[in-house]
Every structure is written in structure tokens, then in C-alpha cells.
Design a binder for this molecule. Structure first.
Ligand SMILES: Cc1cc2nc3c(=O)[nH]c(=O)nc-3n(C[C@H](O)[C@H](O)[C@H](O)COP(=O)(O)OP(=O)(O)OC[C@H]3O[C@@H](n4cnc5c(N)ncnc54)[C@H](O)[C@@H]3O)c2cc1C
Length: 343
């Protein structure tokens, strides 16, 4: 009789790439279990409401399941529907709200400690695939007041800011997009960024829009300025000359990027390059320095989170579970996608 607390492949993370890995395993008759700390595709759940993907839908497809959507590009809501449909169609085994919290070696197997709302559990596996992304771990500002309830590191919905003063911290796509949306929803927006100008990677259609709003005095911008503290009513900023300003804010979005869960990787024994945070992986199979532990999807790019995204990470399961020919095919498909696009 098979051991119910053992699977061949345990996949941590039911993001698009974790699900694609599960499909690659299942189609080869390899028993699998996917666990996710949240819902299926929890990172997409946390995207702003109504967000449209930059990538065309066919490049978000996994397992060859067609992704049809109403417009030229898919929305957040269409993507949620699509990925849960794939889980159903492929009959993937997914345990949601189950977090991988520890990894140990047990009699030559990988023992995974899982935490749920009802307690903890251990499942052993021959192969652990860590596909936990980066979107849970925000790069913190490290200032007093950052944990106040009106401060968020994830942009949720512009409508919520209507008629309110909002400070948005950051200078990349997410911050620029949030600033424009909040302004259009009727918020009084101040964008605070420590750089002297927006990042060149900001989407080419967003930059002139923001520049025009700033020139017209519709959005306030403080470039070359750092946040030093947040209170219930203000964000205190300081510019390069040391001038301090208290900007009113009923809502603060600190959109300063994200990083993989380095503590989890360290607990699993996975070595990462110190400056970049890039895990040491065999490029052909994505196996880490720990035998039986693999990394798939955006977690594998370390701090450079705009390097691996859905469209170029979705074949990682073929590298892990495939043979030389499917690996070579995955390699070719991987090369199809221009990068970087996601953020
Ligand atoms: C606003 C926004 C727009 C984007 N637009 C695009 C786009 O147009 N095209 C594109 O290709 N990419 C886009 N991206 C990037 C894309 O979302 C990521 O590259 C993609 O989600 C990575 O997939 P993944 O499966 O590797 O990780 P994720 O999708 O982040 O999935 C990781 C999963 O792991 C779970 N998890 C985390 N820790 C644990 C744990 N310890 N135990 C169990 N589960 C855990 C999380 O809950 C999550 O469900 C965008 C990102 C953002 C934020």
C-alpha cells in the first residue's frame, strides 16, 4: 500500500509555474502534490483589481490549454478563471492555504514541514520543487510607521483612494501605474522616488502620461527624496539637500519591489549568490546544490525579479521532469520570449 504522507514530487507554490510543473509531472505518471500558502495563483489574486496583463494570452498558457479572453490582453479576473480551469481540467492535486515552512533530509528523502490553519503536517518527497515566486516579500523602506494599517506594499484598487490624499513610493511601473490610476479615481497623489528620474524601464506609454500630469500640477512628484517616517496623517520625506517635508497621506503605497523568501531557501540548504540572491542551479534541470531540491519560476532569478516571469518560466517543469529532448524543446521555447517585460 502506498504511503499517504509521501509523494514523488512536492511542488511548493500554485502560481502559474508551479501548476505548469505539476502538469509536466502528472503527464509522465509522476505522483504530485502542490501546496500553496494562499489560494491558487495567489500572486495574481494580489494584482490590482481589473489589471490587464502586458503579455498576450497565448504566452500565459500552461500545459497547452488555450487561454481565450474578451480583449487583446487578459485581465486579472480572466487569468484567475483560466488557471483554476486548468487545475480542474488536469485534475491537479492542490492543497491551498498550506505553507511550506521547513525542509529536512529524512532517510534519503526530502521531508517538507507544512503549516495550515489547523496545525502542521509533514510530507516526504523524492523531489521538492520550490516555485514560491517573490510577490509575498516586499522590499521594506525600514522607516517608523511602515506597518501602520493604512500603509500597503501591494496596490489593490484605485477606487478606494477617491477623495483622499495618497502617497505612492517608488519609480517603476507599479508605482507609476498606481499614481495614474489613483489620480484618475479622484485622489490627491504625491509620488515620492529616491531616484532623480523615473527608471528607463517604465513602459513607454506610461511615462509621457505621468510627465504631463506632473507638468499640469495634477500629480505632485518628489524625485531625489526619501521617506524617513510615516504617521497616521503624513509621510515625512527628505530631499538631497536635507529639506524635510510632511506630505499629507490617508493611504500610502510603498511599491519598492519584492524579493524571494531567502529564509526558506536557506532553510532548505539552497545556496544563493550573495550580491544578486540568485540561487545556484543546474541550468539544464534546475536542480539546486541540494540533491532532490529544484527551483522553478521567478524564485530562481534572485533579486532580479524582472528576469523570469510567466511567459518564459512556464516551461520549467519540462526541464525538471523531462528528458534531454523535452529539455531542449523547453530551452527553445524559453528563448522565444523577449525579456524583461514583467514587473
Ligand atoms: C502587477 C503585475 C503584473 C504582471 N504582469 C505580467 C505579465 O503581463 N506577463 C508576465 O509574464 N508576468 C507578469 N508579471 C509577473 C508574474 O506575475 C510572475 O512572474 C509570475 O507570477 C511568476 O510565477 P511563479 O509561479 O514563479 O510565482 P508566483 O506566481 O508568485 O507564485 C508563487 C506562489 O507560491 C506561493 N507561496 C509563497 N511562499 C510559499 C510557501 N512557503 N509555501 C507554499 N506556497 C508559497 C504564493 O502564494 C504563490 O501562489 C506581473 C507581476 C505583477 C506583480
Amino acid at each position: 500500500m502506498s504511503d499517504p504522507s509521501h509523494v514523488n514530487a512536492l511542488i511548493a507554490g500554485a502560481g502559474p509555474i508551479g501548476l505548469a510543473c505539476a502538469i509536466s509531472a502528472r503527464r509522465r505518471g509522476i505522483d504530485h502534490l502542490v501546496v500553496d500558502a494562499g489560494a491558487i495563483v495567489n500572486s495574481i489574486v494580489r494584482y490590482p483589481v481589473g489589471m490587464t496583463f502586458f503579455t498576450t494570452p497565448e504566452r500565459l498558457e500552461i500545459g497547452g490549454h488555450p487561454f481565450t479572453c474578451g480583449g487583446a490582453k487578459a485581465t486579472r479576473e480572466e487569468a484567475l478563471k483560466y488557471y483554476r480551469g486548468v487545475v480542474r481540467a488536469e485534475q491537479l492535486r492542490v492543497r491551498t492555504y498550506t505553507r511550506l515552512v521547513g525542509v529536512e533530509r529524512q532517510d534519503g528523502r526530502v521531508a517538507c514541514r507544512l503549516a495550515t490553519a489547523f496545525g502542521s503536517d509533514t510530507v516526504t518527497c523524492d523531489r521538492l520543487i520550490i516555485a514560491t515566486g517573490y510577490f509575498e516579500h516586499a522590499n521594506l523602506l525600514g522607516v517608523p510607521g511602515e506597518t501602520l494599517p493604512h500603509v500597503s506594499h501591494w496596490f489593490d484598487e484605485a477606487h478606494l483612494t477617491s477623495g483622499r490624499d495618497v502617497v505612492i513610493v517608488g519609480g517603476k511601473n507599479s508605482a507609476v501605474e498606481a499614481a495614474l490610476q489613483c489620480y484618475r479615481a479622484g485622489a490627491g497623489v504625491t509620488l515620492v522616488y529616491r531616484g532623480e528620474a523615473l527608471k528607463p524601464s517604465v513602459k513607454f506609454w506610461l511615462k509621457p502620461d505621468l510627465d504631463n500630469r506632473i507638468a499640469a500640477g495634477e500629480i505632485a512628484a518628489r524625485f531625489g527624496s526619501e521617506v524617513v517616517a510615516i504617521t497616521e496623517r503624513h509621510v515625512t520625506i527628505r530631499d538631497g539637500h536635507g529639506t524635510v517635508e510632511h506630505v499629507p497621506a490617508a493611504r500610502v503605497y510603498a511599491l519598492t519591489g519584492y524579493h524571494p523568501d531567502f529564509d526558506l531557501l536557506a532553510a532548505a540548504g539552497v545556496s544563493c549568490d550573495a550580491p544578486t540572491g540568485r540561487p545556484v542551479l543546474d541550468p539544464a534541470t534546475l536542480q539546486s546544490n541540494v540533491p532532490g531540491v529544484y527551483l522553478a519560476g521567478s524564485v530562481g532569478a534572485g533579486r532580479n525579479i524582472s528576469e523570469v516571469f510567466i511567459e518564459n518560466g512556464r516551461f520549467d517543469g519540462e526541464r525538471i521532469f523531462g528528458d534531454a529532448s523535452s529539455r531542449a524543446q523547453a530551452e527553445r521555447r524559453y528563448g522565444e520570449s523577449p525579456r524583461p517585460v514583467g514587473e
